[in-house]
Design a protein around this ligand. Structure first.
Ligand code: CMP
Length: 140
């Protein structure tokens, strides 16, 4: 299995409740390595660009408002099959449907405040990583 990278966000509901370390512990326990990480407060424009694929959805405004409501931690995670590994440890988008032991089951507040984001495919991972990190900020 090839080593892969994925992009992660610890969302404002996570930083507000001081869960950065708890979520990072889950990530590392799943075998993923945090090879880049920084805390940022997204501008509205950055959040709209990041979630532009969802711009026609009825929840888009709520999603953007939520993502700029406080600081986030953006990350690059590296490991075997990193995209699927991280999606498995995150759990379902709606915490009501998330499996026991997943980040969203344990920590998410609602589908809108679901604690973490992870890329869904290699192409989106590359785009998302490039929005937030220069190549020399990622140290594997
Ligand atoms: P994320 O993995 O960051 O990708 C898009 C986000 O949109 C998703 O997590 C949820 O936080 C949010 N989302 C998806 N569906 C809904 C919904 N029905 N209402 C509010 N937010 C949603």
């Amino acid at each position: 299995m090839a080593i892969e990278r994925t992009f992660s966000i610890l969302k404002p509901d996570a930083t507000r409740r001081n869960l950065t370390g708890a979520v990072n512990a889950k990530i590392e326990k799943a075998g993923l390595r945090i090879v880049a990480q920084k805390r940022v407060h997204m501008t509205r424009g950055q959040a709209e660009t990041f979630y532009s694929v969802h711009s026609a959805r009825p929840f888009f405004g709520e999603l953007v408002d939520s993502m700029i409501s406080g600081p986030v931690v953006v990350q690059v995670l590296e490991g075997e099959n990193a995209i699927k590994t991280y999606r498995d440890v995150m759990g379902a988008t709606n915490p009501a449907n998330a499996d026991a032991g997943t980040i969203r089951k344990e920590y998410a507040v609602s589908v809108g405040e679901n604690t973490v984001h992870g890329s869904d495919a290699p192409e989106t991972a590359a785009i998302e990583i490039a929005q937030w990190f220069a190549g020399n900020e990622i140290v594997g």
